[in-house]
Design a binder for this molecule. Sequence first.
Ligand code: IPD
Ligand code: CA
Length: 265
Amino acid sequence: MMNYQPYLEVAETAARSAGNILRRAFAEGAGARAVSAEAAHDLKLRLDEELQSHITAILLAAFPETSLLGEEGDAGAADSSLCWVVDPLDGTVNFFYGLPIFCVSIALQHAGRTVLGCVYDPMQQECYTAVLGDAPRCNGQIIAVSNRTRMAEAVVFVGHGTHDGSGAAGLHRFGYISSRVRKMRILGSAALSLCYIAAGRMDAYVEDRISLWDFAAAGFILEMAGGVLEYTPHEASGRKGAVLAWNGRIPLKEQLLNSTLTSSV
Ligand code: IPD
Ligand code: CA
């Protein structure tokens, strides 16, 4: 098996470097939060684009043979079998509104299969990492999903995406699940939500329309920590789809099959 550890080390350097920029920008307040595009349920900041360029420069300088797919565009060698999947700022709306819940997310795929993930939360200074052949970690400490097995004791995240239909579908599921579990949460960062499940803090995540860069790194970390992530692509590119993720123990899927599993988006 190829040794992906050197790739993880560079991914962590890039994630921490971008995260440090984010933390400083967050402290500066509104001045550092210039909006470059706005939609009904979404915002794009100038910082999103600047950070992706920053991360791209670090990753491609270390590994010029790789390509990169990111929320802010693609880069690198077009025919490479090694592809970085990058979300420079997951939780953009939280960041903009001054809520300190956001992160940097970097995954590496080899021939379409994720082989490492790194998610850095600059406000908590928590760095979640996983690589094939090693245990998943948070700041170097091994992590694992929770032991909870009953819906009644579970805490479940629901993602409220940027698409009108997916938001409505998410709320439908929110209503269905909320009466069956201990608590529901909408964190505003899919990547951090999945890392919290990987670390055993929470138990499941449901979102009807999510992009590959939102969950590639954290979904891999979750699977390495014993969780399950099921992805149903909505489009041929495979870049957008529905995600169902849980600790592998609570009967979330069975419960949702009783609800409406597919949305109209
Ligand atoms: C969003 C967040 C949000 C999720 C959306 C994503 P962004 O990413 O992860 O929690 O519900 O689907 O688009 O726009 O903050 O990078
Ligand atoms: Ca994102």
